[in-house]
Every structure is written in structure tokens, then in C-alpha cells.
Design a protein around this ligand. Structure first.
Ligand SMILES: [Zn+2]
Length: 111
């Protein structure tokens, strides 16, 4: 019973194999979850597909609910985690802490 597994999102290798809920790529060592793969892709403000661990910048000042803090436009956020919901990015912002962002207010940056 061979399943039709999706190719590696990192290097497009088709030799991916499944270990429990994780897919693993033998060519680049990338691991990702099959469940996340099945969900709709989350895209940034300009349509780049976002992935766990990406670095993004904030494209507009974002007021933080219940606080006077503002996440300034241009703030760089490393190591985002994609989650389900209205605020679909879970991340830690320097000087502010753990919070949720909306993908339409960020832009992916390549480091
Ligand atoms: Zn790969």
C-alpha cells in the first residue's frame, strides 16, 4: 500500500517517506508534517508561501490589543510558526514577546 506522498517542499525531491505524522526528505533532511501539508497554504502580503521557521518583516504598524505597544513597520520576525486561525502566524517579537500575527500584514524575507 504505497501512498502518494507529496514532494519535498524544500528541494522538490520525490523520494519522501513517512514516519508517523512526519514526512522526511532523504535528500536534504527536511521534515514536515503531513497534516500541515494538507492544510491550505498560508501566504504573505505579496503571495509568497510561508513556512514554519521563515523570517518575515511587518509591513504596517500593528497595535497590540490590550497594550500600548506597537509592532513597528519593518520589524523583523524570525522563526515564525504557522497556526490555524485568524492570526495565522505564531511568533516571538523582539522586545514584545510571543504573539499572533496575520499573514496579510507580513512579507517574507530571505536571509
Ligand atoms: Zn528535500
Amino acid at each position: 500500500m504505497t501512498e502518494n506522498l507529496p514532494p519535498c517542499p524544500e528541494c522538490s525531491s520525490t523520494y519522501t517517506y513517512q514516519v508517523d505524522a512526519l514526512l522526511t526528505c532523504p535528500e536534504c533532511g527536511h521534515e514536515w508534517s503531513l497534516q500541515a501539508e494538507a492544510e491550505a497554504e498560508i501566504r504573505d502580503s505579496v503571495g509568497n508561501v510561508l513556512r514554519d521557521g521563515d523570517t518575515v518583516t511587518v509591513i504596517k504598524d500593528l497595535k497590540i490589543k490590550g497594550s500600548s505597544s506597537v509592532v513597528k513597520v519593518g520589524t523583523k520576525v524570525r522563526g515564525i510558526r504557522l497556526v490555524a486561525g485568524d492570526h495565522d502566524i505564531d511568533c516571538k517579537i523582539p522586545g514584545i514577546g510571543q504573539m499572533g500575527l496575520k499573514s496579510q500584514f507580513v512579507k517574507k524575507v530571505s536571509e
